[in-house]
Design a protein around this ligand. Structure first.
Ligand SMILES: Nc1ncnc2c1ncn2[C@@H]1O[C@H](COP(=O)(O)OP(=O)(O)O)[C@@H](O)[C@H]1O
Ligand SMILES: [Mg+2]
Length: 210
């Protein structure tokens, strides 16, 4: 079983959106059983899940006290992937989520303020001794900003997902009724970005002990 947690100090960077999209993507591989863990009291993933018609992926609501037990229950139950959505803050809850993870994924929007704020997430992962990767989200289409952001991020010497997720209305639409972009437009650009970024994240997990 692999556990991935999405961390970022900034609200709105796309943690919840990417959690559910990658969760559904991971579930597509035959035989995979996926659990999303929502540790954010705001409950964005839970509200998506409550509107969802499909039965997978599963979702558990958790907190600092219960997360370890929930993870162990998933392991005992033969779950393949757990994806943990966290609060938009680097607080106790985020630390607990990171501690039970194999990989920390830091989504970031390519804006100066967001880029500057990611050092807290990186320090948290480093402090715990966990591998961390960066994924650019809500990149503006046809703009050099994304390339500039990638260059700025190289200072952190963390792997950066080669597939940015662009700013697409379909990601917002999907959250409204408990679907993902690829369930609205199966062959759309958003679906491709999610498929390829998930493939890359999975490749980062190979060799990581769990
Ligand atoms: N790639 C994207 N394109 C367009 N809108 C996005 C994208 N990712 C997230 N959003 C929107 O941005 C807002 C914040 O996303 P959310 O996933 O709730 O962030 P977080 O969980 O980090 O606070 C939501 O309205 C969501 O629909
Ligand atoms: Mg959220």
């Amino acid at each position: 079983m692999k556990v991935i947690s999405l961390l970022s100090r900034k609200g709105g960077s796309g943690k919840s959106t990417l959690t559910v999209h990658w969760g559904v993507e991971a579930q597509k591989t035959k035989g995979n059983r996926v659990v999303l863990i929502d540790t954010d009291p705001q409950g964005s993933c839970s509200s998506w899940y409550n509107k969802r018609e499909a039965e997978t992926p599963l979702l558990i609501q958790s907190n600092t006290k219960t997360i370890k037990d929930h993870i162990e229950a998933c392991r005992a139950d033969g779950i393949n992937f757990v994806i943990v959505d966290t609060v938009p803050d680097i607080n106790n809850l985020a630390v607990h989520a990171a501690r039970v993870s194999d990989l920390v994924v830091i989504p970031v929007r390519p804006s100066v303020l967001d880029l500057e704020s990611i050092s807290a997430s990186i320090e948290l992962a480093e402090g715990i001794g966990l591998p961390a990767v960066i994924v650019l989200n809500q990149a503006p289409p046809s703009s050099t900003i994304t390339d500039e952001a990638k260059t700025a991020l190289t200072n952190y010497s963390l792997p950066i997902c080669p597939v940015p997720i662009f700013n697409r209305l379909i990601f917002c639409r999907a959250m409204i009724d408990g679907r993902v972009a690829g369930e609205i437009e199966r062959k759309g650009k958003a679906a491709t970005e999610i498929r390829k970024s998930w493939q890359w994240i999975s490749s980062q997990l190979t060799g990581v002990e769990s």
